[in-house]
Design a protein around this ligand. Structure first.
Ligand SMILES: NC(=O)c1ccc[n+]([C@@H]2O[C@H](COP(=O)([O-])OP(=O)(O)OC[C@H]3O[C@@H](n4cnc5c(N)ncnc54)[C@H](O)[C@@H]3O)[C@@H](O)[C@H]2O)c1
Length: 276
């Protein structure tokens, strides 16, 4: 018996890092999961890991920023697993510059992936969620609590130099979270955000300026944190270290379980005690 038996979850950007661990955790607790990633191979690997552990998943490969992706993502959950109970908006990357060097393309790309894509996914999910709530009410049954968890960052709660685009997107997702918690209370959906501090993934591990790049739609984008800065950041964390992707997934899981059914519109900081 898992805590999430019978639930259906969609997790964007679950081929690597934090998203992968969220997908594995939800599946380990009994949820059937739609895995998504921009890159097909990591998505395949997450799927295989879930199945190897005895869980159920399907993949829906593609960029969350593609036209029509949101509808396809939601429809995959409905077609393959018959519903939608948990939405985790996690996909994203960073593309840093000081403001005087930041292009419109850089600004738009980061706002698209961190804010517009979650908005579109929630918009696409609304008819499914509203219809499910209506069916339960008409049958005289309690409407099950559904869950949305949006991923933010301390860059969103406190701002970060060199990340005007990312900080704006990650602050924006908190606004979207609060608005939707008010709009979707009527469907018994809780909408919360988790703002991560330093979590050790390729976003933070790859040394910036020395070849730490990711490929987004054929464009090589530098990610990562300079190793000296990384060490300094770790020293500022009260727990004395960056978090693991598993620990990050644990914070998201807290908003997916029945014990958090009366918590909505909140932003939980997962940063080892570090907060800004
Ligand atoms: N690692 C940290 O310290 C940290 C801190 C704060 C917030 N975050 C946030 O956590 C989330 C996950 O980051 P991570 O550290 O696990 O990074 P990661 O690079 O390890 O994993 C992110 C995954 O998202 C995928 N992805 C990126 N753009 C996508 C798109 N357009 N469509 C579909 N998939 C896409 C990537 O291919 C990758 O597999 C992001 O939203 C990130 O901003 C991370």
């Amino acid at each position: 018996m898992g805590t999430l038996d019978g639930k259906v979850a969609i997790v964007s950007g679950s081929g690597r890092g934090i998203g992968r661990e969220i997908a594995l955790k939800l599946a380990a607790e009994g949820a059937r999961v739609v895995v998504n990633d921009l890159d097909p191979e990591p998505a395949k690997q997450t799927l295989a890991a879930i199945e190897a552990a005895g869980g159920q998943a399907v993949s829906c490969v593609g960029s969350v920023t593609e036209e029509g992706f949101a509808e396809r993502f939601v429809q995959t959950a409905v077609d393959e697993f018959g519903g939608l109970d948990i939405i985790v908006n996690n996909a994203g990357y960073t593309w840093d510059s000081v403001i005087q060097k930041m292009t419109d393309e850089q600004w738009d790309a980061i706002l698209d992936v961190h804010l517009k894509a979650p908005f579109r996914i929630l918009r696409a999910a609304q008819p499914v969620i509203a219809a499910a709530a209506k069916r339960a009410k008409e049958a005289g049954e309690p409407v099950p609590c559904r869950k949305v968890v949006n991923i933010s960052s301390l860059a969103g709660t406190g701002g970060n130099a060199g990340q005007a685009n990312y900080s704006s997107g990650k602050a924006g997702i908190i606004g979207l979270t609060k608005a939707m918690s008010k709009e979707w209370g009527r469907y018994n959906v809780t909408v919360n955000a988790v703002a991560f501090g330093l979590i050790k993934t390729r976003l933070t591990e790859a040394p910036a300026g020395t070849g730490g790049t990711i490929d987004v739609a054929g464009k090589e984008i530098k990610v990562g944190v300079n190793p000296n800065l990384l060490a300094a950041m770790e020293q500022m964390v009260p727990l004395g270290r960056g978090g693991t992707p598993e620990e990050a997934a644990g914070a998201v899981y807290l908003f997916c379980i029945p014990e958090s059914d009366y918590v909505s519109g909140q932003t939980l900081v997962c940063g080892g005690g570090f907060n800004i």
